[in-house]
Ligand binder design. Structure first.
Ligand SMILES: [Zn+2]
Length: 313
């Protein structure tokens, strides 16, 4: 496989005319721990939107941003994933401080990829919310960094041309932009959670079926109140949820606890609904795809591809 050198704008720090690395959406380290993915390689395996299952690489981040993310990936693999795999995928090890940053870094890559590479949600009003979520996660991630990379953002307030009349809507937007630009991102109404498929109620048999897949995509509930980005592998479901409810407020500690339990259950049922849907797709596509996979021609091509993939790992 040739290593193409791509010059462009880094998706995270926003620097332009910079060499972009082939970034993995689901981190390479995670892939290297999960060897069963050889039967799960097509983003369009089920031929439905926003789904991908392989270690697809995109020219996305500059070298420094890759380095910055790899810190989170190493930490996640050492402090969580390896421990989980040692427990035979049955239960979750304790979560370490800072695991959230890893989860957010993956969620951001998934939303970015969905929005700007796959151009999902085009011409829908959901897109604006996904775009907002992408921006907020990006801002948060850039805020945390301690390297000396200068971050450029398109969200800086516009240089206002006084002579130009603006519509009221545009003025509001400009104000919001200026406020967002000047306040740090606190991840308000954004939560991260890790579940096991078992915890979500799936049988061992189904968990085994999912074992061959690595999934990661974003979806929202019909009422637009929940926007979820999740990835799933080895019986783990890692989710970032944005509660798109501007009126949410938290009155007291006890109520807060109660509310957070309710919210967690609501997230679990949304995830379950989505995973059930995916499962249906897998079941439907499976016989046909196995047939294609088993034909000699495809098998050879895939073996070749994986030989190459192993070489660069
Ligand atoms: Zn960068």
């Amino acid at each position: 496989m040739s290593k193409k050198c791509v010059i462009g704008k880094c998706a995270l720090c926003g620097r332009e005319n910079i060499q972009l690395m082939q970034s993995h959406i689901i981190p390479k380290l995670v892939y290297s721990r999960i060897k069963t993915y050889q039967s799960s390689r097509f983003r369009n395996y089920f031929d439905f939107n926003q789904l991908y299952q392989d270690g697809e690489k995109k020219p996305m981040l500059c070298h420094e941003c890759e380095q910055y993310f790899s810190k989170y990936e190493v930490e996640f693999t050492n402090k969580f994933l390896d421990k989980y795999l040692d427990l035979n995928n049955q239960s979750l090890p304790p979560q370490y401080d800072g695991i959230q940053n890893y989860i957010i870094s993956v969620a951001w890559r998934i939303v970015y990829d969905d929005l700007f590479i796959y151009n999902s949600f085009t011409d829908t009003y959901m897109r604006t919310t996904y775009e907002l979520l992408e921006k907020r996660l990006r801002k948060y991630l850039n805020q945390l960094r301690t390297d000396n990379v200068v971050v450029y953002t398109a969200d800086a307030p516009d240089e206002t041309n006084e002579n130009q009349l603006k519509s009221f809507g545009k003025m509001i937007l400009a104000c919001e932009k200026a406020i967002n630009y000047s306040t740090p991102e606190s991840l308000e109404n954004i939560e991260t959670h890790i579940f096991t498929l078992k915890e979500l109620g799936y049988s061992d048999e189904l968990i085994k079926l999912f074992d061959a897949f690595i999934l990661g995509y974003s979806f929202n509930s019909g009422d637009q109140k929940k926007y979820v980005v999740f990835s799933m592998y080895k019986g783990l479901v890692i989710a970032t949820i944005f509660w798109n409810n501007k009126a949410i407020f938290i009155p007291s500690n006890i109520k807060e606890l109660f509310k957070s339990m309710q919210r967690k259950n609501a997230l679990k049922s949304s995830l379950k609904e989505e995973i059930d849907y995916t499962l249906e797709q897998i079941k439907k596509a499976y016989p046909k795809n196995q047939e294609i996979l088993n034909s000699n021609n495809t098998r050879e091509k895939l073996e070749e591809r994986y030989k190459n993939a192993k070489r660069i790992r």
